[in-house]
Design a protein around this ligand. Structure first.
Ligand code: ADP
Ligand code: MG
Length: 696
């Protein structure tokens, strides 16, 4: 066996380990829960807990934790040891079924958006047996859902799981119409993660990076990414070693890390795993992000996961490759059999409808202060949601939409066209990088999410919206006789595509014409987080989530509030850091340098009264003027900042941040950056982009 095969999944209590370690009756019962969603009873849990503990201890674990995802999006854990003291002064290691299936962390400090009054601080964690337990740093980590005393979801996982159930139910109704037996349908996810690696030494000198995750200042480097030499370029040795260890670590944790390469921007890289069940893939992505951060420090590096660590060069996204799988069969694979092609078309039309109807929610799911610096810039998809079909599929869709009158001909044509699809599509590498939602052969790639985000949100929305499309189809078709089914279903597909044609756009999403065209089509263009969030609490959104029992009204509102608060808090921190750095670092440095030049001028004049001092004098003038301008913007920012803090309504405060304050921050930044390039290297207080991005 190769080394990889040996280590792969060794720290995971996966199906293989379960089968090895559990009595066969217990194993079978647990599989029923895993594969068919059957509830788990406490006797089974006790046996599983015991086996899990024995296994974990053999691998050096001393503690266990319920690993969960509060609304802040980052994973949380509180470690409890297995130790159970007994009377004779010794201790045994114990772990019960109850401890496995339920935990009770003190939850008062996690954001809940008002769902949990502080006097009812208790929150409960509940084991999610569909995502395997694993060992990290001598701690047995048990993926769990997190909810309040009243059962309201306080986390990101629970709604995602609920949305997976919705898609399972509705897709099964559709599949039944195609004569298929009930089966487990899940959404699948492959999360491509982008990140930057920079040197620890530079990082430590940049308080803006340390405190906010991004540089708030910095003139564009002399050389950016224009030569495109970094993309897929040779990986430098330190980074290569980091990537190797990262792969090993992830493989041990059963994360199927598959591809790694340099990205477009200097110091930027990407890691893509093989896709998995969306719930597990989200857990694995969070684990990947954590391991990246931890491992980097061993190589004197820092891993930046922020969406826009550096202005003027590309930011980082997290491509969300999404599909639906029925017992391992990909329902968005065009296939080569006409009957299953009709099935494919039904699912395809469902996606088109879902993305059009809930475009604003999808946009909302990718909204954050960090991602605002990315979406719409010429590097990432615009803030307008649209679907790219690619050439071949685009032609099929066009034919379906256009061919209105002549049913028979149309069908033959369509059958032919579709029957040929696989050949085309399998080799279809036609990638429109500017599209936020692109068909890539057998899945859709949602490219809006930012590198720092938890993908539960967008997948929850995709799944729920898709469940709604499928439900509508099933509702309409269940009364149709089997001999009419194909015709009626095809008609349904055409009508749906026609109704939602506006969302399909195969052109250049970066072009200046697109926003104008999109507006004409009535597509939403919510440019900032402040603009993007409100749709979450619209009646349309509340209705969708209520219909499929994914989120009730209070749960939606709490999430909206948490997102708003997070945005405002991030803005508040960035403004404070900005002001502080200008006052304490940049202005003093500029003034010191100006004084030095003034002294120089005086000194030279003393010796050479007629010397040509144009160079120094004009520089001094630029410095003095520059400092004055900085001071002016700083004063304005300070005033606006305090005014914003007076605003109680979080949405209004967010609006002010997005529309009034950010432009002033941009002005202030520009004024400081303009000084960076005229102040002497030794006098500038921090490493510049040239230094940070092009380290040896
Ligand atoms: P690119 O960078 O060109 O977009 P990659 O090969 O890096 O493509 O990433 C493609 C991602 O899509 C991988 O994570 C892959 O596992 C995932 N993927 C492939 N098939 C599916 C599917 N059926 N469902 C979800 N994700 C998928
Ligand atoms: Mg991609």
């Amino acid at each position: 066996m190769s080394k990889v095969q040996e280590i792969y999944g060794e720290l995971v209590f996966d199906e293989h380990t379960m089968q090895e370690r559990l009595p066969s009756a217990t194993y079978k019962q647990l599989m029923k829960t895993l594969k068919h969603g059957k509830p788990l009873d406490i006797d089974v849990a006790n046996v599983v807990a015991h086996a899990m503990k024995e296994w974990a201890i053999e691998l050096g674990a001393t503690h266990y934790t319920h690993w969960f995802q509060p609304l802040s999006g980052i994973t949380s854990e509180k470690h409890d040891s297995f130790i159970d003291p007994i009377d004779d002064g010794h201790a045994i290691m114990s772990f019960s079924g109850k401890e496995l299936i339920q935990g009770e962390p003190d939850a008062s400090s996690f954001p809940s958006g008002g769902l949990r009054a502080t006097f009812e601080a208790r929150g409960y964690t509940a084991w999610d047996p569909t995502s395997f337990a694993f060992i990290k740093d001598e701690v047995l980590c048990i993926p769990t859902a997190f909810c309040s005393y009243n059962g309201e979801a306080l986390d990101k996982k629970t709604p995602l799981l609920r949305s997976m159930r919705a898609i399972d139910e509705q897709a099964n109704r559709v599949l039944a119409l195609f004569g298929e037996e009930p089966q487990r349908v899940v959404s699948t996810l492959g999360a491509e993660q982008e990140y930057f690696l920079i040197s620890e030494q530079d990082y430590e000198k940049r308080r803006d990076l340390v405190l906010t995750g991004r540089t708030l200042f910095g003139y564009s480097p002399c050389k950016g990414q224009e030569l495109e030499e970094h993309y897929f370029g040779a990986i430098r040795p330190t980074v290569n070693n980091f990537m190797k260890e990262l792969d090993d670590t992830l493989w041990k944790l059963g994360v199927p890390a598959k591809t790694k390469h340099n990205e477009v921007a200097p110091c930027q890289h990407e890691l893509a795993p093989l896709f998995a069940n969306a719930n597990r893939a989200v857990d694995q992505n969070l684990l990947t992000m954590e391991e990246m951060r931890l491992l980097a420090s061993r190589y004197g590096l820092v891993c930046l996961e922020h969406e826009k660590p550096f202005e003027h060069i590309n930011g980082s996204g997290k491509h969300n490759n999404w599909s639906i799988s029925a017992n391992g069969k990909n329902l968005l694979d065009p296939g080569d059999n006409p009957i299953s092609n009709l099935r494919f078309l039904v699912f395809l039309a469902g996606v088109v409808q879902a993305v059009d109807d809930y475009q604003e929610l999808l946009r909302m799911s990718a909204a954050s202060a960090g991602n605002d610096h990315r979406l719409g810039a010429n590097e990432a998809p615009p803030a307008i949601v649209s679907i790219f079909m690619g050439d071949e599929l685009g032609r099929v869709v066009d034919a379906l939409i256009g061919n209105k009158d002549y049913e028979a001909k149309k069908r033959t044509e369509m059958d032919l066209g579709v029957a040929e699809l696989p050949n085309f599509l399998k080799d279809n590498t036609d990638r429109n990088r500017t599209s936020p939602f692109a068909f890539t052969g057998n899945k859709f790639e949602f490219r809006m999410p930012g590198s720092m985000q938890n993908l539960s949100d967008c997948n929850m929305i995709l799944n729920t919206a898709m469940a709604k499309s499928l439900k509508e189809f099933a509702d309409e078709m269940e009364g149709v006789s089997s001999e009419d089914f194909n015709d009626v279903a095809l008609e349904y597909v055409k009508r749906t595509l026609r109704d939602h044609e506006r969302i399909i756009f195969n052109g250049d999403g970066y072009s200046d014409e697109w926003p104008i065209e999109a507006e004409r089509r009535g597509l939403a263009n919510n440019k900032t987080t402040a603009d993007a969030l409100p749709c979450f609490v619209d009646q349309k959104s509340l209705d969708l989530f209520a219909e499929f029992h994914v989120l009730d009204k209070a749960e939606v509102f709490s999430r909206y509030e948490v997102k708003l608060e997070k945005y405002n808090k991030t803005m508040n921190i960035e403004i404070r850091v900005m002001k502080r750095l200008v006052r304490r670092d940049y202005l003093p440095a500029i003034n010191r340098y100006a004084a030095e030049i003034a002294r120089n001028i005086r000194d030279v004049k003393e010796v050479m009264p007629d010397a040509n001092l144009v160079n120094q004098e004009s520089k001094l003038n630029a410095l003095v003027e520059g400092a004055a301008l900085i001071n002016e913007h700083l004063g304005k920012l300070h005033e606006l900042h305090y005014a914003s803090l007076e605003i109680v309504d979080q949405q209004e405060r967010a609006n002010m941040n997005a529309h009034v304050i950010i432009p002033v921050m941009d002005d202030l930044r520009e004024a400081v950056d303009n000084m960076e390039i005229i102040v002497g290297r030794d006098a500038w207080p921090v490493p510049t982009y040239n230094e940070i991005l092009f380290y040896a």
